[in-house]
Design a protein around this ligand. Structure first.
Ligand code: CA
Length: 532
């Protein structure tokens, strides 16, 4: 018979930190076997593998299990059908870098300067030795890897990334045993893979140079060679050309190391399965960091044109294929009941994000943000309300949850799952919502949550129960998106998300006492420097 995780079982699961997963697994087994009949005792003799699948720029309404009709995402839907689908799941920010920073460090990125969208030559934003989600797993004896988009910088503060030498510090210095990366983000240079500390396939006779300024007068760019592009740019994204697509930033050299955009998803899957193959004798933590569906949206040829939504929709289907490949592998190797999968996105949707790829023209009735307002770059709900699904066959009862959980909570929650204690001086805003994430009866999510847009703009969203305070400190940062016309915002707005999920009716005048209490509550959480 199947058994389900119980709060009592997890509460009493306290493996010895220093003795690794084997002792932990014995305790794990004994805790469960004392109260439940195990279906497969072999499968439960160790703590679970954990895979976090982070999509990029995927909206709440972009997958069919969240209501999309124009496309089908059967593999993501299957995760949801067999697991928990959260209606109120969040990422920390409406842009890539701060959500990734918070996901790994468990600390709100707005507290830390320099955590806005990272430029191509950004140094490592998380300093060596910083406790992270990955290091929690590593301390517990897990094998750990990040495969896919990084966008959290590489190299020292003094030098930034040494593209032709050792690229460190980076993931390896903060808890990952292995990394295979798209080092920045694919609309920025350079288009090379980083495997552990080096650019893969780099020919020393063709060194890689990356910079902010045009390296020579005759360097082809999206401006000078616009007619040659296979995907035209719409704004920005008009510097160095690679694979017929111009990017943000300039680079030269490293030609043998350059990848084809069309092969990114296949590469993430291939590298992930290879790494799991080599490490599955131990418990493992894999951070599968997809580049889909960030711009430039260039899916593999076999996915091109498969949806009516153009490249944006085609990339969603490619992402769904990746999920299917990972799950199929786990099933093939009888690992699926030993593996907790979390699927989520790093920020909300955007249509035209710098390339003319028909995202607007072919949108039709599709609503990337579902019923929510806004999207990428802003602090309305669609910016950070993300598809969030947890799946652990045999442990998580299938269902739908309206508990508030956030990517920033993975650290505290998974720490308890594997019996690790969080250091007092780290993971300052990560809340243990494990019971909500695995659907323990009565398991509660967060009471409140702060979300941000990018960097230290001061624009924040503050959710508390049904209430949402929207704060625009930088009123010019209106972050036009999804056909919203530019408009100045008042410093504070108040919305009732139950009655008005689309954040259309500012209730600050009707509920001044709620408004002032929420402003005070938000200010207090900022001032305190931590919420855990
Ligand atoms: Ca993103």
């Amino acid at each position: 018979m199947l058994f389900h995780a119980s709060a009592a079982a997890f509460a009493t699961f306290q493996p010895c930190r220093s003795s690794g997963w084997k002792i932990a697994s014995l305790l794990f087994c004994s805790v469960f076997s004392s109260g439940f009949l195990l279906r497969d005792s072999v499968a439960d003799q160790r703590p679970p593998n954990v895979i976090v699948i982070l999509a990029d720029d995927l909206g709440w309404g972009d997958v069919s299990c969240y209501g999309a009709k124009a496309i089908e995402t059967p593999h993501i839907d299957a995760l949801a059908a067999n697991g928990l689908r959260f209606t109120d799941g969040y990422c920390s920010a409406s842009t890539c870098t701060p959500t990734r920073y918070s996901l790994l460090t468990g600390t709100y990125a707005f507290r830390v300067k320099g955590t806005g969208i990272a430029p191509p030559n950004s140094p490592a934003l998380i300093q060596p030795g910083t406790p992270t989600l990955a290091s929690i797993f590593q301390d517990a004896g897990y094998r750990t890897a990040v495969i896919g988009k990084w966008h959290l910088g590489l190299g020292t503060k003094e030098t930034g990334p040494d593209w032709n030498g050792l690229l460190k510090p980076g993931p390896r210095e903060i808890g990952f045993d292995h990394c295979f990366l798209l080092p920045t983000t694919n609309d920025r240079v350079p288009q090379v893979f980083v495997e552990n500390h080096r650019v893969r396939n780099l020919d020393p006779d063709d060194p890689l140079w990356v910079g902010n300024k045009k390296p020579s007068d005759d360097h082809p760019t999206g401006i000078t060679h616009r007619d040659s592009l296979k995907m035209n740019w719409s704004h920005g994204h008009n510097a160095t050309i690679h694979n017929g697509i111009s990017r943000i930033g300039f680079y030269t050299g490293g030609h043998a190391a350059r990848y084809r955009d069309e092969d990114l998803a296949d590469t993430w899957v291939e590298q992930s399965l290879q790494w799991i193959d080599q490490n599955r004798e131990q418990p493992f933590f894999l951070f599968f960091s997809s580049h889909d569906i960030h711009v430039p949206r260039v899916p593999h040829e076999r996915f091109q044109g498969v949806t009516p939504l153009g490249p944006r929709g085609d990339c969603i289907v490619e992402l769904d294929w990746c999920v299917g490949e990972l799950v199929a592998y786990l099933k093939r190797h009888n690992l699926n009941e030993q593996t907790l999968i979390v699927f989520c996105s790093d920020n909300g949707p955007v249509l035209d994000d710098g390339y003319a790829d028909d995202a607007i023209e072919k949108l039709g009735d599709h609503r990337p943000g579902g019923p929510f307002r806004g999207g990428k770059y802003n602090v309305f709900e669609a910016g950070t309300r993300t598809p969030l699904i947890t799946s652990w066959p045999g442990k998580i009862s299938p269902g739908v949850s309206n508990q508030i959980v956030c990517t920033i909570d993975f650290s505290a929650s998974f720490a308890r799952l594997i019996g690790e204690n969080l250091p007092q001086d780290a993971f300052l805003d990560s809340i243990d919502v494990l019971d909500a994430m695995i659907g323990t009866q009565g398991g509660k999510g967060r009471r409140d949550l702060i979300v941000q847009d990018n960097g230290q703009s001061g624009n924040l969203g503050f959710r508390q129960g049904k209430w949402k305070l929207v704060r625009h400190k930088n009123k010019r940062a209106t972050n036009v998106n999804l056909r919203l016309a530019p408009q100045p915002f008042p410093e504070h707005q108040l919305f009732d998300l139950e009655a008005d999920p689309g954040e259309r009716h500012d209730l600050s005048a009707q509920h001044p006492e709620v408004m002032s209490a929420m402003i005070a509550g938000l200010d207090a959480q900022i001032e305190a420097g931590r919420t855990r």
